[in-house]
Design a protein around this ligand. Structure first.
Ligand SMILES: C[S@@+](CC[C@H](N)C(=O)[O-])C[C@H]1O[C@@H](n2cnc3c(N)ncnc32)[C@H](O)[C@@H]1O
Length: 266
């Protein structure tokens, strides 16, 4: 039986699914450097069989599908039906025939030992219910000498995509302190935390790499505000705790904090 807390989290992702689909083009553009870093670290190439864990609206599965080509394959997984549906629909629109879809959680992968050459996960490991079991599962389903590559967010302070919004909201409303091990975007921001889990699970040659990149998209502040407040369950929850009269002031304060990121490049 799935614990209630976990069910609630998956329900929240089910609501998020429509927004991740709505903003799929922008997301693909903004997070493309993460996919490239992940593909590079996992040494993904033609003909490989790749597992994507927590594939959301379809990345990195969709990108990897063309890298591995017709002689390779991608197994997309995510526990949330809405996410899997939108990813499958997009693969259909693109006519991709080497992606397969399974709705499942990272801590209970329905695959035999040694099935894949590579396992990847972009921005999902922070939300796994049980990351220790999930890492063991990822290693179990890999062939000997396979690669696993997880992309997670580093410190929030280095991430204005998040902090320009949350810093303002957190100053306006008090929230109970959070358990640092609870599922959250910055759960693995502390250097060595995720690498430690991999090492404890007996992964060999564990490397932690800091990937510095800029999130770029040709959008206005208003579009950014809408995208951020719709896509994130944490923000949706925090905003729900605000009085409607506070919203314009908060949006203005975020606009001021974010102004320099929206100045046109000459
Ligand atoms: C931030 S999204 C990232 C999605 C996608 N990989 C991307 O980069 O666009 C996090 C994803 O983790 C998934 N997720 C949540 N709990 C999970 C679990 N226990 N196992 C696997 N994936 C999970 C969510 O459904 C969601 O699709």
């Amino acid at each position: 039986m799935i614990p209630e807390k976990q069910n609630k989290a998956l329900d929240a992702w089910q609501i998020s699914a429509r927004y991740w689909d709505k903003y799929r083009v922008l997301i693909a553009q903004m997070f493309a450097p993460l996919t490239s870093g992940l593909v590079e670290e996992a040494r993904i190439g033609t003909g490989q069989e790749v597992l994507d864990i927590g594939g959301g609206s379809g990345e990195p599965s969709l990108t990897i599908s063309s890298i591995v080509g017709p002689t390779g394959s991608v197994m997309y997984t995510d526990p949330v039906a809405g996410m899997a549906e939108t990813a499958r629909a997009e693969a259909g629109r693109r006519g991709l025939t080497n992606i397969y879809f399974r709705q499942c959680s990272a801590d209970d992968l329905p695959f035999a030992d040694g099935t894949f050459d590579v396992a990847v996960s972009r921005l999902s490991a922070m939300f796994f219910v049980d990351p220790v079991t999930a890492v063991r599962e990822a290693l179990r389903v890999l062939r000997e000498d396979g690669y696993v590559s997880f992309v997670v967010w580093g410190p929030k302070e280095a991430n204005p995509f998040f902090s320009t919004v949350t810093d303002v909201i957190d100053r306006c409303v008090e929230f109970p302190p959070q358990d640092p091990d609870a599922p959250d975007a910055f759960r693995f921001a502390v250097p060595g935390k995720l690498a430690g889990i991999l090492e404890n699970a007996d992964a060999k040659n564990v490397i932690e790499r800091q990937l510095n990149f800029q999130i770029k998209a040709a959008i206005s502040f208003e579009q950014f505000w809408q995208l951020r407040t719709e896509m994130s369950e944490t923000l949706r929850q925090k905003m729900a705790g605000l009085a409607p009269a506070q919203l314009p002031t908060i949006e203005q304060a975020v606009a001021n904090a974010a102004r320099r990121y929206f100045e046109r490049e000459q």
